[in-house]
Design a protein around this ligand. Structure first.
Ligand code: NAD
Length: 456
């Protein structure tokens, strides 16, 4: 095993040297990261496909190109983001300088997940570099080819003292968590999120937790069901359902359910034809463990669409379940596979009650053109993100924070929010040390005469 204490100590020495603080250094490293992605884009996409067997289009669009765009956005904006913000001042501080100065935390640990192995490592990594931290990146062991490639390429392109990759699984992560970091950014399951939270609390280390859970969808009678089906199937079937913000279950009336199922059938046929298994545009489950877990959720379920599977190919057909009860196994865990259960509710109020009785989701999806219903969900539900009339695509809107709340995580990132996540916003007040200021200050110095008391 890598000597983890030494790796962390060298990252700390590098931070303490002050090298990562300047705009020029950060910009140079971010440009080097862009060069890494541009020069190796095909290899990166192929490596993702080796680990996760997702369609090439998805590997390119949701990972490689996504990261390229993110990098270009940071290169364009970094100078502005590093500038101290000058907030409004009250009269008391009218003569003073009031600033909010972003400063790097120090040594950041980033722990990535396997399902989008490049995006989920490089997007936070970029935020940490932009904010001026040194970084230790721990990719997921469940995507080993990607982890190997990152460990090989990052030291070739970036400063190897400031940015290091540690490969490995639970033993290595456990060892890492024994060390003191100044920031920890974790992507993965809620269960491990709690382990990270506990480890971070030993040193009061601030953290971002990008977790998962069950992201609900509500469809009302105003929604065009062909459009709705396409947008929900997009989210449920991309990466064979293995996305943290995939729509996990649908709530709707019995009447909508029947039409929605027919619309989904048409959509699946249009996209994948009659032989879905042979279609290269449809992905696979990452490993046998997850395959068996997902297939078990089908036991005793009423299958409206699909249901076939093949463990040798890690293939699960796009599947829709009807007459699902809240107590069914499929409703007890995040599905993380291409299965969509439908539960019946009679109206929006009942859907909101159902959602609010459960853990706060990472994403909440509403399909309705009724502004009052949109407003009802906006004001009466809590979720990491709310997306109306589509699924998943909010992750690419980088002017809103992406992240969870409650059990689905804490903190947000993407765009400037990634820079902010890895920056301490240092409130700064600069006063003049002059005699003039003392006239006002005399009021707060002893002796506290009756005259002064009458002013408070
Ligand atoms: P994973 O198995 O790749 O684990 C994530 C990381 O946690 C890995 O680097 C792994 O080494 C580490 N880890 C695992 N067990 C650990 C332990 N006991 N102690 C310390 N570290 C440990 O990924 P996963 O957890 O299977 O990922 C799937 C989950 O992640 C889903 O719940 C999904 O919704 C969530 N997710 C969230 C986001 C997001 O942005 N919010 C993105 C992707 C995935």
């Amino acid at each position: 095993m890598t000597n983890i204490s030494e790796v962390v100590a060298s990252a700390r020495d590098a931070f303490n040297s002050g090298v990562t603080k300047s705009y020029e250094f950060r910009l140079g490293q971010i440009k080097a990261l862009l060069k890494l992605v541009e020069e190796n884009d095909k290899l990166l996409a192929e490596t993702i496909m080796k680990d996760v067997r997702k369609p090439k289009f998805e590997a390119v669009i949701f990972e490689v190109n996504y990261v390229k765009n993110d990098l270009r956005n940071v290169i364009f904006n970094l100078k502005d983001w590093m500038e101290p913000e000058k907030p409004d001042k009250s009269l008391t501080f009218a003569m003073d300088t009031v600033l909010i100065q972003p400063e790097p935390y120090g040594v950041a640990l980033i722990i990535g997940a396997w399902n989008y192995p490049i995006q989920l490592c490089l997007a936070p990594f970029l935020g940490a570099i932009a904010a001026g931290n040194t970084v230790i990146l721990k990719p997921s062991e469940i995507a080993p080819h990607t982890a190997n490639l990152l460990a090989e390429l990052i030291p070739k392109y970036l400063d190897p003292k400031c940015y290091q990759v540690v490969k490995g699984g639970i033993p290595e992560t456990t060892k890492l968590l024994e060390e003191r970091f100044d920031y920890i950014f974790y992507t993965g399951s809620c269960a491990v999120g709690k382990i990270i939270h506990q480890a971070a609390s030993k040193n009061l280390t601030p953290i971002t937790l990008e977790l998962g859970g069950k992201s609900p969808v509500y469809i009302d009678s105003t929604a065009d069901l062909d459009l709705t089906a396409a947008r929900i199937m997009f989210g449920r079937l991309a990466n064979a359902g293995q996305s943290c913000i995939a729509p996990d279950y649908v709530l709707c009336t019995k009447e909508i359910e029947a039409k929605f199922i027919e619309a989904c059938k048409r959509c699946i046929k249009k996209w994948y034809g009659d032989n879905i298994k042979a279609n290269v545009d449809y992905g696979r489950i990452v490993n046998r463990h997850h395959f068996q877990r997902i297939v078990k959720l089908l036991e005793g379920a009423k299958i409206a669409v699909g249901g076939s599977h093949d463990i040798n190919d890690l293939y699960i057909e796009p599947t829709i379940l009807r007459d699902v009860k809240p107590s069914d196994p499929v409703m007890q865990q995040e599905i993380f596979g291409p299965i969509l259960p439908i539960l019946n509710v009679s109206n929006a109020a009942e859907a909101i009650t159902f959602i609010n009785e459960r853990e706060k989701p990472l994403a909440l999806y509403l399909f309705s053109t009724n502004k009052k219903i949109q407003d009802l969900f906006l004001k009466n539900t809590s979720s990491g993100n709310l997306l109306v009339n589509d699924t998943m695509i909010h992750f690419s809107c980088d002017t809103i924070p992406f992240g969870g709340v409650g059990n689905s995580g804490m903190g947000g990132y993407h765009g400037k929010f990634s820079f902010d996540a890895f920056s301490h916003m240092k409130g700064t007040l600069i006063k003049k040390l002059d005699k003039l200021g003392e006239y006002a200050n005399a009021a707060r110095y002893p002796p506290f005469s009756e005259g002064k008391m009458s002013f408070i």
